[in-house]
Design a protein around this ligand. Structure first.
Ligand code: GTP
Ligand code: MG
Length: 344
């Protein structure tokens, strides 16, 4: 029943994995965008956030999803860099996540930042699925644009399928070495006990319907309780980036993970030195399916509820710090909130 959707928080899905294994491309496929192509050397250097509404997800998942089974509003995807020098950003993305997608190049298997990402997920206890990406690079592959993986496998030669299987079982073995019992996702009965591996291609889109279906199922089944929030609670978030925005001065791109943030709200933001106490002058929301990192046409809104990516304009934000907490003060004494922000 859809009436619940207003009181359920959008789950936050972090996308993690080794450099070049295809995290941004996978999100590009889901968004219908080309963010990866615009990146210098195709290297992601910041955390991104994109809101994907439920109807986009069910549209892509096609026959695999019955949208009436779900009363979540959609998913907020967090893109993270895989280059080794950005471990702080990976940890930050992992900390925000309710669930995660670990992207592994099916030919490359586990690499150093795959291991690092697994360590983060283990530490934070975040449920995850593995996207075994780039299946289309299997020699002799016969691509099946946007199809569920079973349909695609039916169209492959025996040789191509067995080469892919060899790579998939390698990854399943590596997961097991890392202490996770894993299997191809359609063999997994209990996603709390076993990690599902979804073979897919971020370029041809085959297997992407399967990934979206597994993610919706995971969020729906295990997180419904956690997702039900006090929609009127004082907003809480994390700064992704401090950026100058024409006409607004310094702004903070923020992931709001709890409660609601309203225009005019008094907020406390972690700074380079002391926390900044300021008042929101504008709340700028990216359009659905737009990456906050690259959005040019933000919409001015009165409020945003969790989870969402939003650009906050307010005085004194030039001293704000990426990774710092953002808290709405609302009915509490401001000193209490300042202490809380200092302690984080
Ligand atoms: P970082 O953010 O820097 O860690 O990289 P990333 O994981 O976001 O990788 P990205 O999406 O930028 O992709 C890296 C390269 O792999 C690009 O040239 C993509 O076109 C290519 N690529 C990604 N996914 C696929 C796939 O499924 N098939 C093929 N053939 N190429 C892919
Ligand atoms: Mg990337």
């Amino acid at each position: 029943d859809h009436t619940n959707a207003d009181t359920l928080r959008t789950p936050i899905v972090a996308v993690l994995g080794h450099v070049d294994h295809g995290k941004t491309s996978l999100l590009d496929k889901i968004r219908g965008s080309a963010v990866s192509e615009g990146e210098a050397g195709a290297i992601t250097q910041h955390i991104g956030a994109t809101d994907i509404p439920l109807d986009t997800i069910s549209g892509m998942a096609g026959e695999l999803i019955d949208p009436t089974d779900f009363d979540l509003p959609g998913l907020l995807f967090i893109d993270t860099p895989g280059h080794h020098s950005f471990s702080t950003l990976r940890a930050r993305g992992g900390a925000l996540a309710d669930i995660a997608v670990l992207v592994v190049d099916v030919n490359d298997g586990f690499q150093p930042q795959t291991e690092e990402a697994i360590d983060i997920l283990r530490r934070t206890g975040t449920p995850f699925v593995v996207a075994a990406n780039k299946v289309d690079t299997t020699p002799g592959w016969n691509p099946q644009e946007g199809q569920p993986i079973q349909k695609s496998l039916e169209a492959q030669s025996e040789r191509a399928e067995s080469m892919l299987n060899e790579n998939l079982y390698e990854i399943i073995g590596q997961l097991s070495d890392a202490g996770f019992s894993a299997d191809l996702y359609w063999r997994v009965q209990d996603f709390q006990k076993n990690i599902g591996v979804v073979p897919l291609s971020a370029i041809t889109g085959e297997g992407v319907p399967d990934l979206l279906t597994v993610l919706m199922g995971l969020s729906q089944r295990f997180m419904k309780e956690e997702m039900a929030i006090d929609v009127f609670g004082a907003g809480e978030g994390t700064v992704l980036e401090v950026k100058d925005e024409r006409g607004f001065g310094a702004t903070i791109d923020t992931v709001v993970y709890d409660g609601v943030v309203r225009n005019g709200d008094r907020i406390v933001v972690g700074g380079q030195e002391d926390p900044i106490v300021t008042e929101i002058r504008a709340l700028l929301q990216p359009r659905p399916l737009e990456e906050i990192r690259t959005e040019k046409q933000f919409e001015k809104v009165g409020e945003v509820g969790a989870a969402a990516g939003v650009k906050i304009a307010a005085p004194d934000l030039d001293r704000a710090m990426a990774g710092a907490p953002v808290r709405v003060v609302r009915d509490r004494p401001v000193e209490e909130v300042v202490e809380e922000v200092k302690a984080e």
